[in-house]
Design a protein around this ligand. Sequence first.
Ligand SMILES: Nc1ncnc2c1ncn2[C@@H]1O[C@H](COP(=O)(O)OP(=O)(O)OP(=O)(O)O)[C@@H](O)[C@H]1O
Ligand SMILES: [Mg+2]
Length: 453
Amino acid sequence: MKDVDGAVPGNGHALVELFARLREANGNPSLTVIASRIPSRGKKNAARSYLSEIFRGRKFPSGDRAEAIALALLASDRDVDQARFLAESARERSGPDTAGGGEPTGAGRYEREVQGFLDFYTAVFVGRDRELTEILAATAHSDGRYVIVEAPAGYGKSALAAQLIVRHRARGWPGRQPNLIYYLVRQDGERNTAEAFYSAVNSQLQDLLREAMTVNQDARQRFRELWSRAAAEARSGRPLILLVDGLDEVAPSGTAIVDLLPTDTGRHVSVIVTSRPSPDVTSRVPLDHPLRRGIRLSLGDFDEPEIAMLLRHFGSQHVSEREVRRILKVTRGQPLFARFVTEDVAAGNAYVLAAMADHPPAGVSEYFSWQISQLTSAADRTITWDALALLVATRGPISRPDLAGALGWSADRAARALRPIERFLIGRNQVELMHREMRRAIASHLPADSCPE
Ligand SMILES: Nc1ncnc2c1ncn2[C@@H]1O[C@H](COP(=O)(O)OP(=O)(O)OP(=O)(O)O)[C@@H](O)[C@H]1O
Ligand SMILES: [Mg+2]
């Protein structure tokens, strides 16, 4: 599996796995017991919490310390040497005792993986106050429930999910700060598989429960165990919420993420999911699944206030009612259109309104097709097309240097190629197309043999 920087998982991660394996082989002693076996000059409590950080991959020990931990776990000479080597090389790359540094493990790894999405979606966010209030009220209720946020493509389900995550991270969740476990399902980059889901949520649950990582345990079984323990600890002052965005992003074969959702919501335990309305996600689960009794919430069109807010956000100095109404008419208040058209208008490209009024796109896919066809007219945009073709083919994130390398370009040339489509890209260092419909739209403009679909 690749890590977020495209490198193989680093030595810090391997070290955590090695310790987990040794601990299991040693009958899973508690951290206090392990700490008591390590000669230490400091306080035992400090040693225990330090060990906890190490076992969760948050800190990397020195080579000596790693050796002492391995010995406390009755490791073979070979494993002791291995622990020393892994610790030293992890510290070399990320600095001593850093919180994961350049190669986070566990929940930190997933946090970093989704950072690009959160940046993209929270760069601009307007409205949805009522929906946010309703979600927060439903999840604050002592009888935890499923909440199903439904809306067609491009209506802002992922944008709303990103809001919930960043508000939670900023401890800006009104009322009681819950424990939030989240997963963003995406077709691209194989983030719609059971493996990817379990890896992300299990690491967050482990972190929450201050558990060390385990190896050799079935991920599904591990999820069940961790979830029910986290649920048992939920209380009114600290509810537990699982947030899963994009349940409709089903892998063509294999398990759908909806089939993995917990069936034990309950006191102070809720699950928020988002999905396109058709097909109805609830129809996939058994009749007695709590998802079927979920509270449904729809995201509607934007209205004048949201259009005006978007224009202001993108720098319009004088927002006239006439202009707002015109944009509303052309975009029909569809959030994705509204977001990009207001940006065009605020940048002085008002011709976009006339062009869209002449050929109103029926949906997100057609809108992207239209955007893409604008590129075909400019001969000097050939390099942008090459970059687009590569982004379609990679079907997931690629670093800017890798993109340049794959096309035999300088970093400068790659930057020039990406500039016209930068606003449709997610991620700063690792980039990918913002929307799967965009990938489809681009693919349909490419010669049939140059794209994977
Ligand atoms: N409330 C909002 N404020 C500002 N921009 C928004 C808002 N909602 C959506 N957008 C923008 O519209 C675009 C589409 O939103 P998003 O990807 O969240 O839609 P979605 O409902 O998740 O679509 P899909 O079903 O295809 O996953 C994004 O560029 C997003 O930034
Ligand atoms: Mg989405």
